[in-house]
Structures are given as structure tokens and as C-alpha cells.
Design a protein around this ligand. Structure first.
Ligand code: MGD
Ligand code: MGD
Ligand code: SF4
Ligand code: MO
Length: 677
């Protein structure tokens, strides 16, 4: 007899800008296939290959289905099954003991966006740790430097509606590997191209996106501020500035004009490696096109000087008056349009102290090893710090501390679980109720459970709600259902959310935010001056140069190669890197090196090399290629460690040094050397 199949709607929960609508086939309570939802207005039934493999992830034999307690040494992966009562009992006992002896700030949550659902990443978990009075984690690993840099110029972290980019006539893809990391933007770019748009890719790597573009402008890592200033120099001196726009909507133009004079194409060429002719050509092309659009990526700001890069690039659309022209402007992220009521969602008011000890997640290695006010317990969820955080030697040394009580909630035994005292099983998002916004398109979406929780897995929401009860927290904040919490989050003064309710979301699945022109640039520019700030008094107060200003990444004589270690096509950060079918496509982590650099070191294509610096070493296979410039060593993908200990996180080599703004990460400013094994 044929088994009955049903089709249910879902949302992709991954930390990817696209936040696709999904259609999921279920047979006898089991997910058998995942496809795109053809009715989703932006993602239009198309999804990436990795999420097509979600059935392999959800039904994986390695899924953690029961709570586990460590029985061997840390680092050994030896656990025994326990009950939830035992797990909650142990956590409660240890927490009460730590709180009475050292205070609640001896406990630190460590989380990011393994699941982008609002309730499971910014909801019940927040309420729990606020009430507990734990230390605060600064969630800076992804885009903080860029967000701050963007806001200095524009006042707010939003851009244009990506659906409008079909109207663009010139598209600059600036430090964004769109084909891999924001594939639905390609649908719009392809349409724009059909209508005559030219596409320029500005990157350090001749990657899939660069090869697809019409013109690839390749520059030295960390030099984008100089390139943007060089473009401004040409725009201003060639009279390609929209003066009417600038005088109406911007401040600091005169200071900018004087400032950019030194950034001649010849000077900028020496910094960036882009020829003076190409700088001239790029700037003129940009100055003459309208509507022109810049897709600003996240990768380029993972540098020591990343905040200023975004601050500088963001000045360009203002100079040529592109904001307000349909299809013109820029987009780095659109999160702020869907600003929910975070006060109600996260309930920071539950905190006993409003000024808790604060830890930057990019420096978790140092934080775990600090002797003063040591962190005595770490609660990890939605994240895999033993892969994704910089300076892994320190991170893992910290995690190995016998006196650190570590709890990890995940779907799998990740590398972080290796160091856990207690591992708790997490549901997949298909088993939960949650609200999703996108940081790119403008739709809100609701996920409702479409399968039963597997094994004894619990969502983050349920886990922290129950743990609150075990801790004796009786506040109303812990008595709510998922639906209540979504209604609290939607109960906001934000006009974009007007009329959006749980009931409507349940019925319609996706609802477009009500973003009016009055909320968009250039009508609404919430900088201190109310205008786009080429010159920023606020930056002076914060200790920066008030103008976009180039400062290079620090050189290192011992380690001459800049190690750029971004994401790959088939994994999502370290999520999905344990899925065999996807590993097969990615084959193995490789290091791209220019022929000149390879020759200098006697290295040939396919050789294995030791890549090292003062922080550690990893072994990688070499790909000799002109896709990267001399001076660059590039790898893609965050692969889990292998059992033999041969393959280990590339973050062994990345520094904890913070970027210039927002406490951001500086992964891509790592310096390394490599040699044949
Ligand atoms: N397939 C896939 N998709 C993903 C992810 C994933 O892991 N896999 N991760 C998701 C997440 S969390 C994020 S934050 C985004 C990140 O996605 P993107 O915003 O695309 O960022 P990256 O891929 O890190 O880097 C983008 C590009 O910046 C380039 N780059 C590095 N240094 C410089 C520089 O100094 N200047 C310039 N101009 N370019 C530079 C890199 O070569 C790369 O091509 O993708 C999301 N989507
Ligand atoms: N070298 C280098 N390092 C990087 C980057 C880079 O480009 N290069 N990118 C950085 C960036 S941009 C980012 S955003 C970070 C990402 O860092 P993380 O947010 O840590 O991302 P993942 O590695 O995907 O780990 C997410 C984990 O959450 C788990 N998870 C998923 N859903 C749930 C759930 O509902 N509940 C619980 N409890 N767990 C769940 C997944 O199984 C997975 O193990 O990495 C950063 N690290
Ligand atoms: S990872 Fe991105 S592109 Fe793939 S299904 Fe999820 S949201 Fe869509
Ligand atoms: Mo990210």
C-alpha cells in the first residue's frame, strides 16, 4: 500500500539573508523532502542545495536525542544517557552553588544564530539569563563592525528593498559572495542584467560570483576604504556628484572634498593593487549610472579596519544621489525594518543588575582563561564556538578547564560538545513554533511545528522555560506560550509591523512589512544631523576620524600571507558540515595560493601544506591559482575536526583582535606562512 504523504509549509531557519519559504513533504511523521515554496514572493520556490539535504540532517542517525552527561575526560566525547530531570537537577544544583559562592555573573551564555527564530534566539533564552543575572555576551561575531560603520553615515541599518534591484542599471557587488551566500539576490540581478544592467564584483577572490559578473575588480585585502576614497576623488573632481541631492540630504561635503584630494587614482592604486585606469573607469561608470546599487557584503568587514570600510563605501550612493531612485542605493542588511518589541521579547528588565559583566564573543578564548572573576559556567546554544570563534587554541584550552561547568544544547555532538559536562538534545526548527524575519527581504514568516519533537529533544524555548521553573523563577515572563510571545514581540510602535498578527501569519505564512517611503532613505535619516553624514561629529566623540579615512591592516614580517577564511557554498558556517552528501561536494578544505607564492615556497598544486602563525597551525591541500593575488592565502568553509586530528578548525589561525568598530571580528586579517609538509 502506498504511504500517505502530506505537504507542509515551513521557513528556512539558517543564518542566511534569504530566509526562504519551504514546502516540506512528510510521510508517516518523517520529513522526506524539502523544496522551495513557489508562493513565496521573493524566494519563489527556489532553494539552495544544502537545504534540500535537510532530510539528511533532521533524520540523521547522529542526532542527539537524549540528555547526556560526561563520563570521561573533557575532549573525549564520552557520555552516558541521563533523564531531563537529572539534567535539570544537575544544572540547577550547580547554578545555585555558583551563584551563592561567586554570584550569577560567573555564568555566561554563549549563543548565536544557528536558528534565526526570534523565540529561540532572542526570546525565552534571554528572559532566563536576564532573570538569572548572568554575564552578558556581546554578539559581535558576524556583522557588528559593518553595522556601526553603516550607521555613522546613514543613521540606521537598512537599505533598499531587494525586490527593487531589478531596476538597477549598474550593480556593484562589494565583498559579497552572492552566488553562495545570498542566492536569491541573483534572481533579481539576472533580471536587472536582462534589462541592461552591468555587474561589477569587487573582491579579493575570483570566486563564483566574480566569474559571473561582467567585470571583476580585484583588490588587496583590507584596502576597500582606499578604493572608495579613490572613487570619491574621481567623482568629485570629474563633477559627477549630484550636488542638489548632496546639499539637500547630506552634511560635510566641503570637508570631504578637501579630504579626498590626496586619494588620487595613482595613490589608491599603490594601496589597493587596482590600476589607476581601472579606478578611474570604475568611478566614472558609477558616477554616470543611475539607478546604481551596491550590495555590501559581510566578508569584507571581517578585517581589523572593517567598520571604516563600510562607513566609506556607504558615502558613495549619497554622492551620486541614488537614495530614493527606485533600484538605486545600497543594501548591507535590512534587519532594522522589522524591529520587533525587544523590550517585551527579551525582558532585560528582569535583570537584578542592569550593568552585568560583559564578554565579547570574539574574545571567548581570553575570557575563559582570565583569572580575575573567572567564568565558571558556559551555556552554549545556537552556536559552535569550538569551530567558529577565533584563536581556537585558547578557546579549547578554556573549554578544557576542569572547573568550567559547560552545558551545550544542540542537535549534534559538535566539536563544542566534546568539552561539555552536559549535552542537551535540541529539536530542529521543523518541530517548533517561531517567528522569522529576514536581514535581506522584507517579509515576516511564521513556522509552526510540522513534525513531532524527535526523541526527547526540546526547543530552546521549552528548555529555558522549564529550566526557569527548576530555578524557581515564578515571573509571568516564564508562563507564556509561543503564541503569546510572538504577540508580545509584534506589539510594537514600529509602523512596519502595523496590522501583522499571529493569526494573520498563521493564515498567510508570509507578510510583507509595511515599509513606507517615509521610513526609507533619504526621507528618514536618523543620524544626529538628520542628514547623511560625510563628516560625523559623533565619530569624533567616539574617538574616530570624522571623515572616511584609510588605515591599512597591520603587516607582519614573519607571516606575510593574509589568510582569508570565509564560508563555503555547501555549508552554513559550521552547520551542515557533518552532512556526508555535502562534504562530498566540497571534497576537502583547500588553500588557494597564487603561483608566485607557491613557487617561492616550492609548493605545487595538490601538495599538502602546514599553514601556521604564532597562534597555531592547520594542514590544508594547496590549489595553485591566479584567482587570488600574491600575498593572499584563501580557504573556504568551516569544517568540523576529523577523528584522526588531521583536519582542525581554520580558526586555529585567526586572531581575537577586535575590528575598529562595534567590537567586530577580524578573522580575515589573520597573517600566516605556509610550508610543504
Ligand atoms: N553557503 C553559505 N551561505 C551563507 C553562509 C555560509 O556559511 N554558507 N553564511 C551566512 C552568514 S552567517 C553570513 S555573515 C553571510 C556571509 O556572506 P558574505 O556577505 O558573502 O561574506 P563572505 O562570504 O564572508 O565574504 C564575502 C566576500 O568577501 C571577500 N573578501 C574578503 N576580504 C575582502 C576585502 O578586504 N575586500 C573585499 N572587497 N572583499 C573581501 C571574500 O573573498 C568573499 O568573496 O553568508 C550567509 N550565507
Ligand atoms: N574563520 C571564520 N570564522 C567565522 C566566519 C568566517 O567567515 N570565517 N564567519 C563568522 C560568522 S559571520 C558567523 S555568523 C559565525 C557563525 O557561528 P555559529 O552561529 O556558531 O554558527 P554554526 O557554526 O552554524 O553553529 C550553529 C549551531 O547551532 C546549532 N543549532 C541549530 N538550530 C538550533 C536550535 O534550534 N537550538 C540549539 N540549541 N542549537 C541549534 C547547529 O546545529 C550548530 O551546531 O561564525 C563566524 N566564524
Ligand atoms: S540557506 Fe538560504 S538559500 Fe538556502 S534555503 Fe535557507 S534561506 Fe534559502
Ligand atoms: Mo554571519
Amino acid at each position: 500500500m502506498e504511504k500517505k504523504r502530506t505537504i507542509a509549509s515551513a521557513v528556512c531557519p539558517l543564518d542566511c539573508p534569504d530566509t526562504c519559504g519551504l514546502k516540506v513533504e512528510i510521510e508517516e511523521g518523517k520529513i522526506v523532502s524539502v523544496n522551495g515554496d513557489p508562493n513565496h514572493p521573493v524566494t519563489k520556490g527556489v532553494i539552495c542545495h544544502k537545504v534540500r539535504k535537510f532530510p539528511e540532517r533532521v533524520n540523521h542517525p547522529d542526532r542527539v536525542l537524549y540528555p547526556l552527561k560526561r563520563v570521561g575526560e573533557k575532549g573525549d566525547f564520552s557520555f552516558r544517557r541521563i533523564t531531563w530531570e537529572e539534567a535539570y537537577g544537575e544544572i540547577t544544583r550547580r547554578y545555585n552553588d555558583l551563584i551563592s559562592r561567586y554570584g550569577p555573573e560567573s555564568i555566561l551564555p554563549y549563543s548565536f544564530y544557528g536558528n534565526m527564530g526570534l523565540l529561540n534566539s532572542d526570546g525565552m533564552d534571554r528572559r532566563f539569563f536576564h532573570k538569572l543575572g548572568s554575564s552578558h555576551l556581546e554578539q559581535t561575531i558576524c556583522n557588528s563592525a559593518a553595522s556601526v560603520g553603516f550607521r555613522y553615515t546613514m543613521g540606521r541599518g537598512v537599505g533598499i528593498d531587494p525586490e527593487d534591484t531589478v531596476h538597477s542599471k549598474l550593480i556593484l557587488i562589494w565583498g559579497c559572495n552572492v552566488i553562495s551566500t545570498n542566492m536569491h539576490q541573483m534572481i533579481y540581478f539576472n533580471e536587472a542584467r536582462k534589462r541592461g544592467a552591468k555587474i561589477v564584483v569587487i573582491d579579493v577572490h575570483n570566486n563564483k560570483t566574480a566569474k559571473w559578473g561582467d567585470w571583476f575588480v580585484q583588490l588587496n585585502p583590507g584596502t576597500d576604504t582606499a578604493l572608495a576614497l579613490g572613487m570619491m576623488h574621481v567623482l568629485i573632481n570629474e563633477k559627477l556628484v549630484d550636488e542638489a541631492f548632496v546639499s539637500k540630504y547630506a552634511v560635510g561635503y566641503e570637508e570631504l572634498v578637501a579630504h579626498v584630494q590626496e586619494y588620487t587614482p595613482e595613490y589608491v592604486s599603490r594601496i589597493t593593487g587596482v590600476s589607476a585606469d581601472d579606478i578611474m573607469k570604475l568611478a566614472k561608470m558609477y558616477g554616470e549610472a543611475t539607478p546604481s546599487f551596491i550590495r555590501i557584503g559581510n566578508g569584507l568587514q571581517h578585517h581589523e579596519n572593517g567598520g571604516m570600510m563600510i562607513r566609506a563605501i556607504t558615502c558613495l550612493p549619497a554622492l551620486t544621489g541614488q537614495w530614493g531612485v527606485k533600484g538605486g542605493g545600497a543594501l548591507k542588511g535590512n534587519s532594522a525594518y522589522a524591529e520587533l518589541n525587544y523590550a517585551k521579547l527579551a525582558r532585560a528588565d528582569l535583570r537584578p543588575s542592569q550593568n552585568p559583566r560583559s564578554v565579547n564573543m570574539n574574545q571567548i578564548g581570553d575570557a575563559l582563561l582570565q583569572e580575575e572573576l573567572p567564568i565558571r559556567s558556559l551555556f552554549v546554544y545556537n552556536s559552535n564556538p569550538a569551530q567558529v570563534a577565533p584563536d581556537q587554541n585558547k578557546v579549547r584550552k578554556g573549554l578544557m578547564r576542569e572547573d568550567l561547568f559547560t552545558v551545550v544544547h544542540d542537535l549534534f555532538l559538535t566539536d563544542t560538545c566534546k568539552y561539555a559536562d552536559i549535552v542537551l538534545p535540541a529539536t530542529s526548527h521543523f518541530e517548533n513554533t517561531d517567528l522569522y524575519k529576514s536581514y535581506w527581504h522584507l517579509y515576516l514568516q511564521l513556522q509552526q511545528p510540522i513534525i513531532e519533537p524527535m526523541g526527547e529533544a526540546k526547543s530552546n524555548f521549552t528548555l529555558f522555560k522549564e529550566l526557569a521553573e527548576w530555578m524557581g523563577f515564578t515571573d509571568d515572563a516564564f508562563q507564556v506560550s509561543e503564541q503569546d510571545m510572538i504577540n508580545e514581540a509584534l506589539d510594537s510602535q514600529n509602523p512596519s509591523l502595523a496590522g501583522i498578527t499571529y493569526e494573520r501569519l498563521a493564515k498567510e505564512k508570509h507578510i510583507k512589512l509595511n515599509v513606507t517611503e517615509q521610513q526609507m532613505f533619504p526621507e528618514y535619516i536618523p543620524t544626529p544631523s538628520g542628514k547623511i553624514e560625510f563628516y560625523s561629529e559623533r565619530m569624533i566623540r567616539d574617538g574616530y576620524n570624522p571623515l572616511p579615512h584609510y588605515e591599512g591592516v597591520k603587516e607582519n614580517d614573519h607571516y606575510p600571507l593574509t589568510f582569508v577564511s570565509g564560508p563555503n557554498h555547501q555549508f552554513l558556517n559550521s552547520t551542515m558540515s557533518n552532512i556526508k552528501s555535502l562534504q562530498k561536494l566540497e571534497k576537502e578544505p583547500i588553500l588557494s595560493l597564487h603561483p608566485e607564492e607557491a613557487m617561492k615556497r616550492g609548493i605545487q598544486n595538490g601538495n599538502r601544506v602546514r599553514v601556521f602563525n604564532e597562534l597555531g597551525e592547520v594542514k590544508l591541500r594547496i590549489f595553485v591559482t591566479e584567482d587570488v593575488l600574491p600575498g593572499v592565502a584563501l580557504t573556504q568553509g568551516l569544517w568540523w575536526d576529523d577523528e584522526e586530528g588531521e583536519r582542525i578548525s581554520v580558526n586555529m589561525l585567526t586572531p581575537q583582535k577586535l575590528a575598529d568598530m562595534g567590537g567586530g571580528a577580524s578573522f580575515f586579517s589573520a597573517k600566516v606562512e605556509c610550508e610543504l609538509i
